[in-house]
Design a protein around this ligand. Structure first.
Ligand SMILES: Nc1nc2c(ncn2[C@@H]2O[C@H](COP(=O)(O)OP(=O)(O)OP(=O)(O)O)[C@@H](O)[C@H]2O)c(=O)[nH]1
Ligand SMILES: [Mg+2]
Length: 325
């Protein structure tokens, strides 16, 4: 299994400018003239996001990335060649920070978007045209922090074994592993829900939470930082869960773990999904409990496909609202 890494440090350095050349040649009329050419510019460092990029962890083997320097100028007005720029392909959802300035340089949110983080050094001037020959500009290292946030619209946050993976697999083309035991999903899992060819929402299942997650147990809470980019959270509950005494208790547990991570996350719009209503006892127990009437709540069976229509319609509305925004 590949390790899921959501931050990485790299140092980059643009290419140095090539030196300008001091050279003289004798013309046919025997006059000596300067003919040294300019040095080429150094290559730039560019980050480009791509949906097919390898995960951030693949940069681990490239922790110091240097672009090519410009060639030195030569006599007879031969300009040095420009250095090749280095393009670093990163996953969509990568944010690039300048570590020394503690500054966000860019958040790459769409495939193909790119940013030049370092311009190459300028080539020095040659002495042709009676200028002074100068050295090329030298570039130093730039220390960067890359952070990755799963680029999803809707996040599934729930109690262990509540059926998040079953739901994700049913609504999207994801093939997430489903087991009868809890904590099967150990890293964020993504699927795309398509309403039509161009109308899509990305769903992301986060590893399960339970009461002790708030005290740092398990790893579920650590992944909650991905909610920074969420438009909607679906809280998943199972009426017969061994991890809560009731549906309300389950929701309270989930919200308190989320709040402990970042209280702003409680302001993200949310809906509650009560799953497994194909089990008679689960359905009966769910019917006895009511949530705050202001909270959209859906009773479904992800396994049997029951109750999915209203939830689908709700998600479509969420999609349409996000397009208007
Ligand atoms: N009866 C019934 N069982 C379900 C339903 N949805 C999921 N299950 C079962 O519940 C178990 C857990 O399902 P998952 O989809 O893996 O649940 P999860 O929330 O992703 O769980 P973890 O990621 O492992 O914490 C599996 O045995 C599923 O087959 C449902 O609607 N009805
Ligand atoms: Mg799962």
């Amino acid at each position: 299994m590949t390790v899921f890494v959501d931050h990485m440090r790299v140092a980059v350095q643009a290419g140095n400018g090539g030196n300008g050349c001091a050279s003289f040649s004798r013309r046919d009329d025997r006059k000596v003239v300067p003919d040294g050419a300019d040095g080429g510019d150094g290559g730039r460092i560019i980050f480009r996001a791509d949906t097919n990029a390898p995960p951030l962890v693949s940069l681990r083997s490239r922790q110091y990335i240097i672009a090519e320097s410009g060639g030195h100028g030569k006599g007879a007005r031969k300009r040095g060649r420009n250095g090749e720029s280095t393009v670093i392909i990163v996953p969509v959802g990568t944010r690039i920070y300048d570590r020394d300035k503690n500054l966000l340089i860019r958040q790459l949110t769409t495939s193909g978007s790119e940013v030049v983080v370092c311009e190459g050094g300028r080539g020095g001037s040659g002495n042709s045209g009676h200028r002074d020959a100068t050295l090329g500009e030298k570039k130093g290292p730039l220390s960067l922090e890359l952070q990755y946030r799963v680029p999803a619209d809707i996040f599934l946050v729930g109690l262990p074994n509540s059926g998040k993976s079953t739901f994700l697999n049913r609504l999207t083309r994801a093939h997430v592993k489903i087991e009868y035991y809890p904590f099967t999903t150990r890293t964020p899992e993504v699927g795309v829900l398509s309403f039509s060819e161009y109308e899509q929402l990305t769903l992301c299942e986060l590893p399960s939470l339970y009461a002790a997650s708030g005290e740092g147990r398990g790893m579920g809470a650590d992944f909650l930082k991905h909610l920074e980019v969420a438009n909607l959270v679906l809280y998943f509950l199972d009426p017969q869960s061994e991890f809560a005494t009731s549906l309300e208790d389950g929701l309270a547990i989930l919200k308190s773990v989320v709040e402990a991570q970042n209280s702003d996350f409680l302001n993200i719009p949310y809906a509650v999904v009560v799953n497994k209503i194909d089990i008679a006892e689960a359905k009966a127990s769910a019917e006895k409990q009511a949530f705050d009437p202001g909270v959209p709540c859906f009773y479904i069976s992800a396994q049997q496909g029951e109750g999915l229509k209203p939830l689908n319609e709700y998600l479509k509305e969420v999609y349409e609202t996000s397009q208007d925004a």
